[in-house]
Design a protein around this ligand. Sequence first.
Ligand code: TRP
Length: 371
Amino acid sequence: MSRLLPDTTPEPEAGTLGAHTRAQLTRLCDVAGLSPTDAETYAHTLVEALGSAAGRSLALPPPTRTFLSDDHTPVEYSLSFSPGRAPALRVLVEPGFGAGSWAENGRIGLEAVRAMARRWDFSTERLDEIEDLFFPARAKGPLALWIALELLPGGVPRMKVYLNPAAKGAKRSAKTVRKALRRLGHRRAFKALPKADGHPFLALDLGRWETPRVKVYARHLDLSAAEAGGLSRTGSGPGPAELQEFFRTTAATDDLDRRPGLSCHAFTETETGRPSGFTLHIPVRDYARDDREVLERSVDVLRSHGMDPDPLVRSLSALTSRRPKDGVGLIAYLALAHQQGHPPRVTAYLSSEAYAVRPPAKLPRRAPAAV
Ligand code: TRP
């Protein structure tokens, strides 16, 4: 929607996806120290991004089985912690949720990106340059476009757009990633990446970033702690020992033999061909009995990095009134992120559970593996 037009998005009624996620986001904004005015702006932005899905009753099943989250809610939150400051709150959303085809889902997603770009006055040029690679007429899944907003104080967020390298077929994913990197000027980037079992996402920073990144996500089947320690190609940031310790503390195992771990490399400059950022994502929800266990590990990992876990503890009550031990999946992933020139970050990805709560697993309760 152009900012020259009056904003006509109605506030969703109680019991709808829009009302549920709007209330969660408003409470999370408070946890992250954002002002009530910013909270109001961002909650409204989320409702707008959901489009017609916002008004859909949660008594109905999800219209499409998005894999953005385990229960198919098209919204996920995250808190990204750095030492000595308030965590950054982000929200991930699928604007095309409920569309009848991947092509239509993508079209709605692109329209949402462009509406936000007009409103906040930033360029979509880098997305335009690679659009044809990710939005073919007969696009394949398992996603078309997701938007993440980093909710900065002041009411103007930073945006990340997540694209599907398999849009032209899973077999062509690697080629699509290589082409996209090349078009964006990163000619040697693909060669710098570690071996992977697929590339689930390519992400672009759009908007007011000091150094906008293009990020390539890689899937690693059966990843061991030792292998995870050797994944980073940045030449700076956490070394193998720190990555292994993060792996073992969060997964409480030496081997991710269920849902795979992911790595992500970020490229910012085109001179060296080297990535400037690296992130290791651990899908903690598949390696724990319940969220009480995941929360304990999260608190340990935050403390060991000199970060205050209090906002994370509070965020869980901002999401739900259920007890952490009565389900698993509120914290979907824990990630350790490094970007050159910045202190390390620990990010917790938080589920909405608008549609369902996963019951506790029948795993034995495990202490973190010795590190
Ligand atoms: N839900 C998907 C998954 O588990 C995609 C996803 C959502 C994801 N948030 C994420 C992947 C954060 C990595 C990190 O893979």
